[in-house]
Design a protein around this ligand. Structure first.
Ligand SMILES: [Zn+2]
Ligand SMILES: [Zn+2]
Ligand SMILES: [Zn+2]
Length: 251
């Protein structure tokens, strides 16, 4: 089983429209530094699941023959924008798993098209989505009802926490008990700035607090990317900057 990160940018993405800072200029000439909106793809032997759907070009690469469902962390536009196009597809019903949110986003509930939003998940209740994968939703702090996900393969565990403005004691304890190999966490801002998302000084301690072997930072903004040009991450290689296209193996 694999997780491929297909979007590791925050809502403005990198490059930011109209910005010519170092990171945005670099991303315009080198595709490897581009950061698209929040999205990932979990590839299992039974098929693929989208994990968030912020990219608006989903219809170009989310193969309808293998797409088994969409797992949403929350209903902010930068995580669901791709669904507004995908919903008018004719590929059969696509289940959408996510938190109970009475408002959803814009008119998605009123006009779901081929998307089935009835698959709401309960906090901390494990759900098997296919033979080799179960997920456990863990509520995390953000400006809207938001789940992080403990994603279990046959033996290994990856935790996805985007968006995140902190983790309460109950969710932190459930994540620790799952003994994650990798935690992928929202880190939008340089130290001590921003709101609703983690800044670097608040994200780094999560490596030890959540008992992860590796911590990948995602939902990256251009100010953080610029900051890291002159303030590198710790050298032991256990805290890493995610990139669009990064693929992690989960056994
Ligand atoms: Zn910029
Ligand atoms: Zn959000
Ligand atoms: Zn976001």
């Amino acid at each position: 089983m694999y997780i491929r990160l297909t979007g590791t940018g925050n809502a403005p993405q990198i490059p930011v429209y109209g910005c010519y800072c170092k990171s945005c200029s670099r991303a315009r000439v080198d595709e490897n530094y581009r950061r698209r909106p929040a999205s990932a793809e979990i590839q299992t032997s039974a098929g693929r699941f989208l994990l968030d759907a912020g990219r608006t070009d989903l219809a170009d690469w989310a193969d309808p023959k293998t797409l088994k469902g969409v797992i949403l962390t929350h209903y902010h536009m930068d995580h669901v924008a791709g669904l507004f196009h995908l919903r008018w597809g004719v590929a059969g019903s696509i289940p959408v798993f996510g938190p109970s949110d009475p408002n959803g986003c814009d008119d998605l509930y009123a006009h779901p098209g081929c998307l089935d939003f009835t698959h709401t998940l309960e906090p901390y209740r494990e759900r098997r989505l296919c033979e080799e994968m179960t997920i456990i939703p863990v509520p995390i702090k953000h400006s809207k009802m938001t789940f992080g996900y403990i994603i279990k393969g046959r033996r290994e565990v990856v935790v996805y926490l985007s968006d995140c403005d902190g983790i309460g004691p109950e969710s932190a304890s459930v994540i620790r008990e799952s003994m994650p190999k990798v935690v992928i966490v929202d880190c939008s801002f340089p130290p001590e700035v921003g709101r609703n998302h983690l800044s670097l000084d608040r994200a780094l301690p999560l490596l030890d607090e959540l008992g992860a072997q590796w911590l990948y930072l995602t939902h990256i903004g251009h100010d953080l990317e610029n900051y890291l040009l002159s303030h590198p991450l710790p050298e032991d290689g256990r805290i890493l900057l995610a990139r669009d296209g990064l693929t992690l193996n989960i056994d």
